[in-house]
Design a protein around this ligand. Sequence first.
Ligand code: DC
Length: 232
Amino acid sequence: MSKSAVIAIDGPAASGKSTVAERIAKELKFLYFDTGVMYRAVTLAVLNANIDPENEAEVSALAGKIGIDVQPPHKNDGRQYDVLLDGSDVTWAIRAARVNRNVSLISTYKGVREAMTSQQRLIGLHKNVVMVGRDIGTVVLPEADIKFYLDASVEERARRRFSEEQKRGVQVDLDQLINAMKERDRIDSTREIAPLRPAADAVILDTTDKNIEEVVTEVLAVIHTRLELSGM
Ligand code: DC
């Protein structure tokens, strides 16, 4: 497809958005950008620097100083991309439980969000991008051509995360995952700045009883219809 567009995909953790976004970006030959990695990289930097995650001023100052880069994958170990923090490969380190525990709090800080959002907008200026996150359709790229909001029950999302972790050889407890996910959902959707919620003009898809193929097919069908209708 040679048409160009900016596609925003938002939704809670493990709603399928990253997998679906990667697939459709490949199909459309668009850039795929997962904004969650930026908040995760800030969180890792905070923990590595022994800064108290509750110290908003210090966390925000650090967020403005670090360099986060996302590059095509240089290893074939299941990664979708390389995430570099000040030049070091942190692709798997940003998925650690200690990052999961602190990332939602750190994402509530105004200074952190401003630093990340401005970089994300620059990426979104280039057409042909599928950008994934919590606030892409509402705050980062409200002018996006097509917006999706993927959701699924918390139990199903925790089960998906559970099997992903098991595949990577990480031992986790399903009940703990459900509770941790509920807590992240709560913080992400009740924060003051850019809370997780569907944009008014988003296409909302519940993926609870759907596999990835079904969701990819639905999303692509919407994209093709919309782009044809708008004559882009
Ligand atoms: O999608 P993820 O699980 O990698 O995101 C990690 C955290 O980052 C999530 O709990 C909230 C935050 N986040 C955000 O606040 N805004 C975004 N656009 C993307 C992620």
